[in-house]
Design a protein around this ligand. Structure first.
Ligand code: PFF
Length: 463
């Protein structure tokens, strides 16, 4: 394979360059993990699934399934040093199994393409809301006005389509520029800045008078509300939010220097991602309850809640603009991760330049995205299985494709790869290694399977 040296005794190197430091990798993986999933999706899915019990299942999934799968993905990626499809094929053969493991890489690449097609539409909303904020559209507005504003905005497919186009163009631009120059720079300032702004918003929420109610909504589990679908949604959300099960983290792992600790890095990323999701919930639910909004209203939730809060606070125009700009940045760094596996594949297998590959894949995703653009207006009445085209794309990818690849990734790292290979990547066979191996071999695959069984109604109710 051109550009990849895999000579005997010599470590493989990636064709696409390497991260300049451990910190750069942590930032990039965090940038991919932290995105609309934490701030836009987590609160609305938690709201739709009744709060407390959902949050608890989510946390259990992150710890027992998310963490070992993330470590597995990074170690597979670093060992293979190619795009996810080629890496799975290569390691499958090297470990004495079959190159057909490439199909798992393939499913990941496909999931990334499908997810980005609707992710970009919602990211387009955040861009639009950044513009609206700066022009003072929300100043002093009440709940009814904000709702009407949102409804009017999403009803225009031209406007939503334009924002989606703008966002996809920005994503193609960064991906075309390559690993270090594009990805690293985009992430370095975004995560810390977003965190600071969220803490400020949390302060506002605490003062809303409904903080206790918000806390209770998020942390008092009512297991009666835990249906098969909501357990599946919690697991799907864990995969989505951590960016695992689709090869994005595997692709990033391919650029990771040899000496970086995979365990330490995964722990840092999982902690940051989870804290930011919880923080988002804590800042949003008190405001939802204080303003008599419906926690279960769906994808519009943050676009209703936050403008309302910004509209009433001093300096709200500035805060709102900053917030939506930062959220667009967070979405941007995640979108880069969603595109990377497909682009790396086209570069390596179709022998195109990075820029060409980014263009080809980007245009394909952009076109697919119109299914979701139209789901909120022209085609909103077309519903099947789980709802609109957007709902079905989201359900199919987050709740089915990502966990399904997750099962295979865990099985591959836990059962197919030999002990020596995984121990070498994870820095020795100590206690933590054994814990990871047990989680990857048994807990994660069985856990995911149980959730699937529960979702199709084959397990009894919990209460
Ligand atoms: N984790 C991102 C978020 O929470 O917004 C979404 C995502 C990015 C999923 C990259 C998958 C991925 F590969």
């Amino acid at each position: 394979m051109p550009g990849i040296q895999a000579g005997e005794g010599e470590k493989r190197r990636s064709l696409h360059g390497h991260w300049s430091s451990r910190m750069a990798f942590i930032l990039a993986v965090t940038g991919s993990a932290v995105g609309l999933g934490n701030i836009w999706k987590f609160p609305y899915v938690a709201g739709q699934n009744g709060g407390g019990a959902f949050v608890l299942v989510y946390l259990v999934c992150v710890l027992l399934i998310g963490m070992p799968v993330m470590m597995s993905e990074i170690l597979i990626g670093r060992r293979g040093r190619r795009n996810p499809i080629a890496t799975m094929a290569l390691l499958g053969e090297e470990e004495g199994s079959s190159p057909r493991w490439r199909l798992i890489g393939g499913m990941g690449v496909l999931a990334g393409i499908l997810i980005l097609s609707y992710y970009s539409v919602i990211a387009g909303w955040t861009l639009a809301y950044a513009f609206k904020s700066v022009s003072g559209s929300f100043a002093g507005a009440g709940p009814a006005e904000i709702s009407a504003h949102f409804a009017e905005f999403v009803s225009s497919w031209e406007l939503v389509g334009l924002c989606h186009t703008l966002f996809m163009s920005l994503t193609i631009l960064v991906v075309a520029r390559g690993v270090e120059r594009g990805l690293e720079r985009a992430v370095r300032f975004m995560v810390p800045a977003l965190l600071v702004l969220m803490l400020a918003l949390l302060g506002y929420s605490i003062n809303s008078g409904f903080f206790g109610e918000g806390l209770a909504f998020m942390f008092t589990p009512d297991f009666g509300k835990l249906t098969g679908d909501s357990v599946l949604a919690a697991m799907g959300q864990a995969f989505f939010s951590l960016s695992i099960g689709m090869g994005a983290i595997m692709a990033y792992g391919a650029y990771l220097p040899e000496e970086t600790s995979i365990m330490g890095t995964s722990a840092a990323v999982v902690t940051a991602d989870t804290l930011i999701a919880i923080l988002a919930g804590l800042m949003i639910f008190p405001l939802v309850l204080a303003n008599g909004l419906d926690p279960a209203e769906g994808p519009g939730l943050v676009f209703h809640t936050l403008p309302l809060a910004f509209g009433q606070m001093t300096g709200g125009v500035l805060f709102a603009t900053l917030f939506f700009v930062l959220l667009s940045f967070a979405a941007w760094t995640s979108a880069i991760g969603l595109m990377e596996p497909a682009v790396a594949w086209v570069v390596e297998h179709r022998h195109r330049s990075r820029a060409e590959a980014a263009m080809i894949i980007g245009v394909l995703i952009w076109a697919l995205g119109f299914g979701s653009v139209l789901s909120f207006n022209v085609l909103s009445d077309i519903t099947f299985i789980k709802g609109t085209i957007f709902d079905n794309f989201d359900h199919l990818t987050s709740n089915i494709m990502l966990p399904l690849s997750g099962v295979f990734i865990a099985i591959f790292a836990g059962w197919i790869m030999c002990r020596n290979s995984t121990a070498e990547e994870l820095g020795g066979a100590g206690r933590l290694y054994r814990l990871w191996r047990m989680l990857a071999r048994f807990v994660a695959p069985v856990g995911i399977l149980l959730v699937f069984l529960k979702a199709i109604g084959l397990l009894p109710e919990l209460s």
